[in-house]
Design a protein around this ligand. Structure first.
Ligand code: ZN
Length: 271
């Protein structure tokens, strides 16, 4: 089963999580990513209510950790704060019933790529020690800017080294932007999926967490998100590759029009 949903509350709902869940159900969508990107602002009690409410309405929740995370900061205190933010996100996500937690891992600065990799891996090991026994999976996202750690290879290597509680979030729009317009054909989408399967096993593509949107980019990678029809992203072949290779999991739409593109993709998938 492949579920389609939105990054946060749909535009056509009132701006609270409960209305968002109800609206998604009305629209025939199946998932929502809780956006803790500007901090975690919900109490434990409301987290539990969200959990019950989403179950009742058959909406699968995931979450997005704060943007203010850099596991490769030159400032050791910032690394500590970043580790703590991920742990806090894991605690609240577990209460919400959001198993998948998406994380932007950090930046290279002027550091060598291997050194960056090792620093991020070390920090994630610390996170893992704290979330043992939690029913959560940390999803390291493939990132859209070349200055950001998070190529497909890096993200898959982290899962290989630290899995199964560290798994990828494959943002196909980011990969397209990061490679300045490549990774946009049926064959390339299939190669990405094969690559994941080859490195992390068949199970990984039966429980894949995916981000998608239109995207604007420069020679340095991502600039901003667009609606799919206003972008050059080849969403028709993207959907076809997911279908043909029998990928299962969650597709979260991050286009500015959120639910409109999510519905379009879902309809394409089932057509
Ligand atoms: Zn993200």
């Amino acid at each position: 089963m492949l579920l389609f949903g939105t990054a946060g509350i749909p535009n056509s709902a009132k701006k609270d999580t409960f209305s968002g869940i109800m609206r998604l159900r009305e629209l025939g969508l199946q998932a929502m990513e809780l956006e803790f990107v500007h901090g975690i602002k919900i109490s434990h009690i409301s987290a539990q209510k969200i959990n019950t409410f989403s179950n009742k309405n058959n909406i699968t929740l995931s979450s997005h950790a704060p943007y203010y995370i850099n596991l490769n900061s030159l400032d050791k205190e910032k690394v500590e704060a970043s580790i703590n933010r991920i742990i806090k996100t894991a605690e609240i996500s577990q209460l919400c019933g959001a198993r998948n937690i998406v994380v932007h891992p950090g930046y290279y600065h002027n550091m060598d790529k291997l050194e960056t990799y090792n620093n991020i891996k070390k920090a994630l090991k610390r996170v893992l020690q704290e979330i043992q026994g939690y029913n959560v999976t940390i999803r390291i996202e493939t990132m859209g800017k070349q200055s950001q750690f998070g190529s497909l290879e890096e993200v898959l290597n982290l899962s290989q080294d630290l899995g199964p509680q560290i798994m990828p979030c494959i943002d196909f729009a980011h990969l397209h932007a990061r490679t300045v317009g490549k990774l946009n054909t049926y064959q390339e989408f299939c190669q990405i999926i094969d690559n994941i399967q080859h490195k992390l096993g068949k199970k990984s593509i039966k429980d894949l967490h995916i981000h998608i949107s239109g995207i604007k980019y420069s020679e340095k990678g991502e600039l901003y998100h667009l609606n799919l029809k206003e972008s050059d992203f080849n969403y028709i072949d993207f959907i076809k590759s997911l279908k043909d290779l029998e990928v299962e999991g969650i597709v979260i739409c991050e286009s500015p029009n959120l639910e409109d593109d999510a519905i379009m993709l879902k309809e394409l998938y089932y057509s």
